[in-house]
Design a binder for this molecule. Structure first.
Ligand code: SF4
Length: 353
């Protein structure tokens, strides 16, 4: 049996906006690994740092964003023939060779990513030709048709301009282009946010199927946790630039440990099952320039205790599954009971008190 290797290894990764004393930390000490062919979901509200994290990891960050610390190793190739890239030390030339071929990114708005003056067929042709200059026009055309079919679109879409397609069709085209060169890692930054709920769910189902067939690893960023539970193996929840909870997707979704995760879950309707009343999260995300002392979530947290206003909770294992959470409620050295909604057990899709 072949052991699955880690395609991405991120250690103590930090991103600042600005320099010197005016710098604001937007991503703080993020560490995780992603196995080949695995899906990591990253969830959080706007401003939680989730998009800044992946822009930083892939070196697409624009000034005044600065990577201020950490290590990022990207490893490709089969067992015994692996190549590791230090993404933070890679030259622009190295990065150009890696992007599209090994790591591709789908952004939230396909309309701004596609050139409005070009037919879709030309966009595909350019991506395919740039990375294989010896390919024939016919073979590129055939590959473009094959890619469109993978995302459920007819070949006639190649003759259209972006404005002649619906939002869902444009986003499917971006997904097809991201898969064009068979990358090992696909990053999706809120790819369905601008779409209606039905189209969102269709695209998530298609992505699940494509990932199963093609075996790429994926990082899927969203503010909607219910989308991730279908797609992700593991979910990382971010707040104010920090990971506040990380766990297997079903464990996290059905039995959250962090009050912010619970709040996110109560902000969106579930994909399936009974409708429930959505309570959301009171207040607004914090201003990174003036974070509260202690836990950054404390001003919005219904369970905040004295310690929460003075000491920052560390991200530590909180159960036997290896789940991590940064919340004083789960610290055994404090004598308080954990609210039942944050203490549920979860075993293979079944909730139990
Ligand atoms: Fe709420 Fe305190 Fe936990 Fe922060 S540490 S999430 S304020 S209970």
């Amino acid at each position: 049996m072949t052991l699955e290797h880690n395609i991405l290894d991120v250690q103590d990764f930090c991103v600042d906006y600005g320099y010197g004393e005016s710098a604001v930390r937007a991503v703080s000490d993020v560490s995780f690994t992603l196995g080949a062919s695995r899906v990591l979901g990253v969830a959080g509200e706007s401003g939680s740092g989730k998009s800044t994290l992946v822009y930083g990891l892939t070196r697409l960050l624009r000034a005044p964003g600065v990577i201020s610390d950490g290590e990022v190793t990207f490893t490709i190739g089969a067992e015994g023939d692996q190549r590791a890239f230090d993404l933070l030390a890679a030259t622009e030339q190295d990065l150009r060779a890696i992007r599209w071929s090994h790591i591709s990114i789908v952004l939230q708005s396909a309309l701004s990513a596609l050139n409005p003056m070009r037919r879709i067929g030309r966009e595909f042709d350019e991506v395919l030709r740039t990375h294989d200059k010896n390919s024939s026009k016919e073979s590129r055309h055939e590959r473009a048709i094959e890619l469109l079919a993978m995302v459920g679109l007819d070949a006639d879409r190649l003759d259209r301009f972006p404005h002649e397609l619906s939002g869902g069709q444009r986003q499917r085209i971006m997904i097809a282009m991201a898969l064009a060169l068979r990358p090992e890692l696909v990053i999706m930054d809120e790819p369905t946010t601008a779409l209606d709920v039905v189209t969102q769910r269709e695209i998530v189902s298609e992505l699940y199927e494509l990932r199963r067939q093609l075996g790429f690893a994926m990082i899927f960023i969203t503010h909607d946790l219910s989308l991730l539970v279908e797609l992700a193996d593991e979910i990382m929840v971010m707040y104010a630039g920090h990971i506040v909870e990380r766990a297997a997707a079903t464990d996290l979704y059905h039995a959250p440990r962090h009050p912010y995760t619970l709040g996110l879950m109560n902000s969106f309707p579930p994909l399936h099952g009974e409708r429930k009343e959505l309570s959301g999260i009171p207040g607004t995300p914090p201003d990174l320039k003036s974070l509260p002392a202690g836990c950054s979530f404390s001003p919005r947290c219904a369970y905040a205790m004295d310690i929460c206003h003075s000491s920052k909770p560390p991200l530590v294992p909180v159960d036997e599954t290896g789940r991590l959470a940064a919340c004083w409620l789960h610290d055994p050295s404090h004598s308080h009971s954990v609210p039942v909604e944050l203490a549920r057990k979860h075993v293979r899709g079944v909730e139990a008190q």
